[in-house]
Write a protein that binds this ligand. Structure first.
Ligand code: SF4
Ligand code: ZN
Length: 300
């Protein structure tokens, strides 16, 4: 197969684009997709201070390196979950990566916050991934606002976004459908959030990391087994295999045609208050993270 751009030997095939690329042209394609996402959705500019949520997986590291090489003003934030046989290894990968590419890095330790994930899992009866996601979002948002960042960028890719859209659609969850998208505007108590990799697949970020020789964490979180997201991704991969381009089309069509109605519904239903403990937004009187903290400390 020949490279679609320069006609030399292709090393990667992208059926959804009906294209194949050599190393240099693939990296150019990747850069173009990121630039297109940033510009077409007005995510940020060269003047903005950007905080990147760095988990240590391929997506967040690929995002950080791509934005750094485009000259954006980026800082990394890693939330250390304190999961045995996992978090320490991931933290070292993130530290080494940021050191290598001269990216300033901050680390929040959930152990220090008395919210270590194994402890949360042991104490709460709800699924751990929903609590873990809520805690991570809370700290990323809070750090961005308290340290003057204009925007918080995450490494969510097309596969993540389509699996989330599929899950939200299965439940017809109007609150989540109304807020799903590559850009979440700044609201009272919420930093602006963006997903510059939303046009690229998991496979493409893996190829990017491979071509840049980036060491990323490949060990799945020990609590990830049986997560419904993994199952949805497999289903959607099957669909994509039979109908290349279907994932992106499903997502883009939702943004163009479906989202607006859910946005209006969400607005009419959602009332935000300030948490009585920490002042961050909540639909209750005390926010989810402060409630988790309270349950844990009363169990100590
Ligand atoms: Fe947290 Fe692990 Fe669940 Fe991911 S898989 S949300 S890291 S508990
Ligand atoms: Zn709170």
């Amino acid at each position: 197969m020949k490279c679609t751009r320069c006609k030399s030997k292709a090393i990667v095939a992208l059926p959804s684009h009906n294209a194949g690329f050599c190393k240099q042209c693939f990296l150019k394609y990747f850069e173009n997709q990121v630039q297109k996402a940033i510009k077409s959705k007005a995510m940020f500019t060269q003047d903005d201070k950007i905080l990147i949520a760095i988990s240590g997986g391929k997506d967040s590291l690929a995002l950080a390196l791509q934005l750094k090489s485009l000259g954006y003003n980026i800082t990394g934030l890693h939330v250390d979950l304190d999961i045995p046989n996992s978090s320490e290894h991931v933290r070292e990968i993130v530290k080494k990566f940021c050191q290598t590419f001269s990216i300033p890095l901050f680390i929040i330790s959930l152990k220090k916050e008395n919210l270590s994930i194994p402890k949360v899992k042991q104490t709460l009866s709800r699924p751990i991934c929903s609590a873990c996601g809520q805690i991570k979002r809370y700290y990323f948002n809070r750090f961005a606002l308290e340290h003057g960042f204009q925007v918080l960028a995450t490494g969510h890719n097309l596969d993540d976004e389509v699996a989330r859209l599929f899950a939200n659609t299965l439940r017809w969850d109007e609150t989540y459908l109304g807020s799903q998208g590559p850009v979440l505007k700044e609201e009272n108590g919420f930093a602006k959030k963006v997903k510059p990799l939303y046009r690229l697949t998991e496979f493409e970020t893996a190829v990017f990391c491979f071509l840049h020789n980036i060491n990323y964490s490949t060990k799945p979180c020990p609590y990830s087994k049986g997560a419904s997201f993994t199952f949805y991704k497999k289903l959607l991969d099957d669909l994509e295999y039979h109908q290349p381009g279907r994932k992106f089309n499903f997502y883009e069509t939702f943004l163009k045609k479906g989202k607006r109605g859910f946005q209006l519904l969400r607005k009419s239903k959602l009332t935000l208050n300030s948490c009585q403990k920490c002042n961050y937004p909540t639909t209750e009187t005390i926010c989810g993270v402060c409630r988790i903290k309270k349950i844990i400390s009363s169990n100590n």
